[in-house]
Every structure is written in C-alpha cells, then in structure tokens.
Design a protein around this ligand. Structure first.
Ligand SMILES: C[S@@+](CC[C@H](N)C(=O)[O-])C[C@H]1O[C@@H](n2cnc3c(N)ncnc32)[C@H](O)[C@@H]1O
Length: 285
C-alpha cells in the first residue's frame, strides 16, 4: 500500500494521519462521501474484494441510525449526544431530529479530525453552530466527553437525552473496560433518556459465496482502529438496567423498518442475518 496522494485529493487538514487508512474516512468512502484520501480508497477497494456487499452494509448501518433517531424524536427526545458520529454524509442526526422537532439539539463527538472538521463545516454552512456543537474526543473518556458536552451549553442535563453509540463499540477491544465505560455514560443521563447502539457479530450469521468477512477483520488490523466482534448476548449486556424498546435486540436491517424507507435494508429482507449487524434501543427508567 502506498501513501502517495492522489492528484484529486485535497490537502489534508492538520492532524490528519495519511500513513494509515482511517476507519472514519474509509466508512465515508463506502457511503460515497468525499472526505477520504487515496490510502483510504485503496484500503476500501481491498475490503470490497473480500466482501462485495460492504457498501450496502455501510448504508444499512446509516439507515439504522436514522430510524433510531427518528423514533426517538417521535418520543419527544430533542437532545442527542452522538459519539463516533463520523464524517457527515447523508441523514445526519441533527437533520433527522430537526425535521421532526425543529428545536432539537445535538453534540457530535469523534476522535478523527476530518470527521470533526467536516461536521463543523456543515453546521457552519447550515448556520446551526450554537444550537449544535462538535467536539474531538475519545469515547473511552466519559468524564471528559460529558464535561465538555455540557460546556457547549447545547445539552441540558436535566432533560432526557438520546445517547447514540452507533457503529462504534466494535472498535473497542475485549481487553478494554467497555461495559464500565457505557455504564458511566448511562449514569450521567437523567431518567427517561435513551441509549441507541449497534454492533457487528458472527452470532447467527449466514454465509454466502464470496463472503470472506474474516479477511476483512484481518485487513482492519492495518487501520487506525481494528474491530472486534461480540456475540448477541455480549451486545445485549450493554443494555443492562435499561428497558429495551420492542422488538429488543434485532438485526439492524429489520429494526423498526416502519420508521423510514430503507432500500439498503430491503436488499437483505430475505435474510437480515447476513448483514451481521445488530441494533438496539434502551430507555433509562
Ligand atoms: C463506522 S463509523 C460510524 C459513524 C456513524 N456513527 C454512523 O453510524 O454512520 C465509526 C466512527 O467512530 C469513530 N471512532 C472510532 N474510535 C473512536 C473513539 N475511540 N472515540 C470516538 N470516536 C471513535 C471513527 O472515527 C468513525 O468516525
């Protein structure tokens, strides 16, 4: 793999590491965005060879996020803390929430400078900075993220909050205190708040020809953030102490399809297990 820059690539903003493919930028490429560099696209093409459905999978994840936020907005949740928010592409949390409750407020957090810079730019362009905010931070530090999220003034800690950790927890390995970390965030939230999350799994997944997903996991070891699969039971344990919204932990491709159309998910209607993506939403009593 080369670190040569493609002539069509923009100059990388400060702090952007072009030595390794970056998971936020690769995901952006899967979704058809432009916040990626040659090294990310080369890597994404290697993944595509091992797992030709990967772009549709990314779309399924994004659609799940949108349906979860739409559901929450309809329950009257008007403030969101979206961690691991990624490069904004289509259907961003503030857009979905505001379409339902125009006074919605969102704090975005991501570890990757390009994701933060693009979110900042989008909010500036839409004239929404102030009502929404973006922070660079590591989800592994709940106290720091919570403190800085409140300092933005965007979130009122006395009112229910939608905590969104979608497409994120699998970047934290088995040796990290991931359950304690999620619990810290849940402890901060007032009663009536919700936790929306998703995870990759091998549990109950059917395999089709040309599906070499274990090679994808191997490839990701070269990136900024290798990923780790969890079983359905391990994912469910993140929701301990919460009331799971029906239908409970489900395949992302089928969770609350009533919320919005999802052409990507429809592709997997005959076998949603194939996506290997689980999703769930829990309410803090
Ligand atoms: C697969 S993308 C998901 C983006 C978005 N949540 C979605 O579902 O469309 C994962 C995002 O998590 C971010 N991320 C990875 N590790 C992180 C960490 N330790 N703290 C904060 N963000 C992280 C990556 O930079 C990337 O933007």
């Amino acid at each position: 793999m080369t670190t040569q820059h493609d002539p069509i690539d923009p100059v990388a903003p400060e702090g952007v590491d072009l030595e390794r493919p970056n998971v936020a930028r690769v995901y952006d490429w899967f979704l058809g965005g432009s916040a990626n560099w040659a090294i990310d696209r080369e890597f994404g093409s290697q993944v595509l060879k091992q797992f030709p459905e990967v772009k549709t999978f990314a779309r399924v994840g994004r659609d799940f996020l949108g349906r979860g936020v739409g559901y929450l907005a309809r329950q009257g949740i008007t403030q969101f803390l979206d961690i691991g928010s990624g490069v904004p592409t289509v259907g961003n949390v503030h857009q979905i929430a505001s379409a339902i409750n125009p006074d919605s407020r969102v704090v975005y957090v991501d570890i990757e400078p390009v994701a933060v810079a693009h979110s900042q730019l989008l909010l500036e362009r839409e004239g929404l900075l102030g009502r929404h905010a973006v922070l660079q931070g590591d989800v592994r530090d709940p106290a720091d993220i919570w403190k800085r999220a409140l300092e933005t003034g965007v979130i009122d800690p006395r009112q229910p909050i939608g905590l969104v950790l979608v497409g994120l927890l699998y970047f934290l390995g088995p040796d990290e205190p991931v359950y304690e970390m999620v619990q810290r965030y849940l402890d901060f939230l007032p009663s009536g708040s919700y936790f929306l999350s998703s995870h990759l799994t091998e549990d109950g997944v059917t395999r089709k020809e040309g599906d070499n997903r274990e090679n994808v996991q191997e490839l990701y070891k070269k990136t900024s953030a290798p990923f780790h699969l969890r079983s359905r039971a391990e994912f469910t344990a993140f929701f301990d102490g919460l009331e799971l919204v029906e239908p409970g932990i489900d395949w992302m491709a089928t969770w609350h399809l009533d919320e919005a159309d999802s052409r990507a998910s429809d592709r997997f209607a005959d076998d949603p297990t194939f996506t290997g993506g689980l999703g769930g939403l829990g309410r803090k009593p």
